[in-house]
Write a protein that binds this ligand. Structure first.
Ligand SMILES: Nc1ncnc2c1ncn2[C@@H]1O[C@H](COP(=O)(O)OP(=O)(O)OP(=O)(O)O)[C@@H](O)[C@H]1O
Ligand SMILES: [Mg+2]
Length: 317
C-alpha cells in the first residue's frame, strides 16, 4: 500500500489576483488580468507535491460557493482532495498589483466560523485514513479553531508514527512546537513572532533556532539575508536562489515547503540537498507571474543551478 501526505489547510482561500492601472481610494478601479487560484499554505504545498508526483491528499474545511470553486480548481490541477464540508463560507483573498508603481495590495479576510462538530469531523477524517506517512499543516486558522485543537491532531498522529510538518503563523507555531514536528518553515517575520525577538542576521536566527532542535530536527527560516537557512542537529546550511527575473513572490515559501516535504517523504536525510530542492522550487514559482507555480521540470532545472553552503556558528551560549 502506498503511503501519502495528508496536507491540512484549516482556512483555505480562493485567491483572486489582478492588475489595476492606478489604485486610488474613493475611485472605481478597473481590474484586468484576473487570476483565480486555490490558496492556503498546505494547499499550495499539495499543488507542488502533486507536480512532483508525491502521493498527497489535500484536506481542511471548505464551505459555500467559494469552497466549491476551490475544490473545482484543485480537481482541475489533479490535486487529490477530501475536505470537511462546513456551514460557513470559505474566504476570499484579493491581491491587486498597481501597474504604475508595482506595489501590491493584499486583502485577507478572516474566514468562516468553525463549529465543534466540524472540528470533530476533521479529526474523524484523519482517524479513518490509513497509510498516512506525514501530515502537513499549513496556514492561518479560521475562527473557532485553536492551536490546541491542532496539537491534539499532532499527538494522535505521533502516537501512530505519522510525522508532522508545520507552516503556520508564529504565534500558533509557538504552541505547535510541543507536538514535535519534523520540519517547520517560518519566514523571518513569523520566526520573530515565534521567538518574540527582533533577530535578523543569519547568525542570530541560527542561534535562536538551535533552541528548538530538541523538538524539531529541521528548522528552515526563509527570507533571512535574502536567502533561506536550514538548521539541523548536525549542521546548518544557507542558500540563495539563482539569478532570475522575479515575476511574483506569491507562494514562494509554500513552494519551498512542498519540495522539502517531498524530500522528507523520500527519506532524504541530507539537509543541504533538502534545502537545495526547497530553493529550486521557490525559484521556479518566483519565475511565474501571479499565483502560478513552477512545474516539476522547472524545479529540476533550477535545482542544478542552486548551491547551498554549510555555515559555521561559534560561541553558541
Ligand atoms: N524577492 C525575492 N528575491 C530573491 N529571493 C526571494 C524573493 N522572494 C522570495 N525569495 C526566496 O524564496 C524563499 C521563500 O520566500 P519567502 O520567505 O517570501 O516565503 P513566505 O514568506 O513563506 O511566502 P508564502 O507564505 O507567500 O509562500 C526565500 O527564502 C528566498 O530565498
Ligand atoms: Mg509562508
Amino acid at each position: 500500500m502506498i503511503h501519502f501526505i495528508l496536507a491540512i489547510t484549516p482556512n483555505p482561500a480562493l485567491d483572486l489576483g489582478g492588475v489595476v492601472d492606478n489604485l486610488k481610494p474613493n475611485e472605481k478601479s478597473y481590474v484586468h488580468d484576473e487570476t483565480r487560484s486555490p490558496g492556503g499554505n498546505a494547499i499550495n504545498a499539495a499543488r507542488i507535491l502533486t507536480r512532483l508526483k508525491i502521493p498527497v491528499i489535500a484536506t481542511g474545511f471548505l464551505g459555500g460557493s467559494t469552497g466549491e470553486e476551490i475544490k473545482g480548481l484543485l480537481d482541475f490541477e489533479g490535486v487529490k482532495n477530501k475536505f470537511v464540508k462546513i456551514k460557513g463560507h470559505s474566504r476570499i483573498c484579493v491581491s491587486v498589483s498597481n501597474k504604475e508603481n508595482h506595489k501590491q495590495t493584499r486583502l485577507t479576510f478572516p474566514g468562516p466560523q468553525i463549529t465543534h462538530q466540524e472540528k470533530e469531523n476533521l479529526f474523524r477524517l484523519l482517524k479513518n485514513q490509513k497509510n498516512i506517512s506525514f501530515i502537513l499543516i499549513g496556514g492561518s486558522f479560521p475562527q473557532g479553531m485553536q492551536a490546541i485543537d491542532v496539537l491534539a491532531l499532532m499527538s494522535f498522529a505521533k502516537a501512530r508514527n505519522i510525522k508532522c510538518i508545520v507552516d503556520c503563523p508564529g504565534n500558533i507555531l509557538r504552541t505547535l512546537i510541543a507536538g514535535g514536528p519534523t520540519l517547520i518553515k517560518p519566514n523571518l517575520t513569523e520566526f520573530q513572532d515565534l521567538t518574540q525577538s527582533r533577530v535578523t542576521s543569519m547568525r542570530s536566527v541560527c542561534i535562536q533556532a538551535q533552541k528548538f532542535l530538541e523538538e524539531v530536527p529541521y528548522i528552515c527560516v526563509s527570507s533571512v539575508e535574502g536567502g533561506a537557512l536550514l538548521v539541523t542537529r548536525d549542521n546548518s546550511y544557507f542558500g540563495h536562489i539563482p539569478k532570475i527575473k522575479i515575476r511574483s513572490t506569491v507562494g514562494a515559501g509554500d513552494s519551498m515547503l512542498g519540495a522539502m516535504s517531498a524530500q522528507l517523504y523520500k527519506n532524504n536525510t541530507s539537509a543541504d540537498d533538502i534545502l537545495r530542492w526547497g530553493l529550486a522550487s521557490a525559484t521556479a514559482s518566483l519565475a511565474q507571474p501571479g499565483t502560478a507555480f513552477g512545474s516539476a521540470k522547472e524545479i529540476k532545472h533550477f535545482y542544478k543551478m542552486t548551491t547551498v553552503k554549510k555555515i559555521k556558528i561559534r560561541n553558541l551560549n
